[in-house]
Design a binder for this molecule. Structure first.
Ligand SMILES: [Zn+2]
Length: 286
């Protein structure tokens, strides 16, 4: 599943081609991808102009002149493909063979834009969704998410306070919880914990003050680096231009079981925590 850096990359790529465009058609062939009734999508999307493209947690947010915001979650296999009237393509998410061939059999939602551009949503496993939320209620909708780790407001004290209510869970499980902190998933939790020198199984309640600070700075550093390198490409993720992100080549631990630690050369371990494959160095992380 794309995490914060990958969704941020898609958003930055799509923003310049979508903002200012008027939506003229909205076509859906699999209604269960819609969280609101189809009529509502048609009413508040057709004729509306896109005035913002943003991100909250792992959601793409498309602000509309109708007073609604379109929320798109790519989940496991969702893919957004924009094709301009000249045939130019930008995409993000899961690629399908022959990405240039849109629509294809996995295209379930199509937004037609004034001027001839189109935004396609493809989803092989159909776990993704489209949701319309009144823009004025967006802040309330977002309350279920913890703070955004790349904002100035996210301080070490905020991290400590967010983790405070979960003393008995492992730090890995706590960081995967979107209500604690928004946007982190399996890859960047493992990477941040390596950078912080913390074993993923450590109980939150056992962390010392200095460890919270180290963890906070590690999360910021790992995520910033991942955004700069356009995220991680593994499995089927591609950035907004269909390119692979390069974070994958530089990753510390994730998916590196048995390979030498980049710091101490001992083999990287793998275990299962919070139901997820978890990678760490038993020597560098305590
Ligand atoms: Zn090591």
């Amino acid at each position: 599943m794309p995490e914060l850096p990958e969704v941020e990359t898609i958003v930055r790529d799509l923003r310049p081609v979508l903002v200012g465009k008027k939506i003229v058609t909205f076509k859906v062939t699999k209604q269960r991808l819609l969280k609101n009734p189809l009529g509502q999508f048609k009413k508040f999307m057709i004729g509306a102009t896109i005035f913002s493209v943003g991100r909250r947690a792992k959601l793409v947010l498309i602000g509309l002149s109708s007073g609604y915001t379109l929320l798109i979650h790519l989940k496991m296999t969702g893919q957004l493909v924009w094709r301009g009237s000249s045939g130019k393509i930008r995409l993000g998410g899961h690629p399908i063979v022959g990405v240039a061939a849109v629509p294809n059999r996995y295209t379930y939602i199509t937004l037609g834009l004034a001027g001839g551009g189109k935004l396609y949503f493809n989803d092989v496993r159909t776990f993704g969704y489209f949701q319309l939320v009144k823009s004025e209620l967006l802040a309330k909708h977002h309350l279920k998410f913890g703070p955004e780790p790349l904002t100035k407001n996210f301080t070490a004290a905020v991290l400590r306070q967010r983790l405070h209510g979960h003393p008995r869970v492992s730090i890995k499980a706590a960081l995967l919880n979107q209500a604690v902190l928004a946007g982190l998933g399996n890859i960047y939790v493992d990477e941040s914990l390596f950078a912080a020198g913390l074993k993923p199984s450590r109980r939150v309640g056992k962390l010392k003050s200095a460890e919270f600070i180290k963890l906070w700075s590690s999360i910021k550093q790992i995520l910033s680096q991942a955004v700069r390198t356009r995220g991680t490409s593994f499995n089927n993720y591609r950035d907004g231009f269909g390119r692979k992100g390069t974070y994958w080549e530089k990753r510390w631990v994730y998916g590196r079981r048995g390979e030498p630690c980049r710091r101490c050369s001992r083999p990287i371990s793998r275990t299962v925590l919070a139901g997820r494959g978890t990678h760490y160095c038993s020597n560098c992380q305590r």
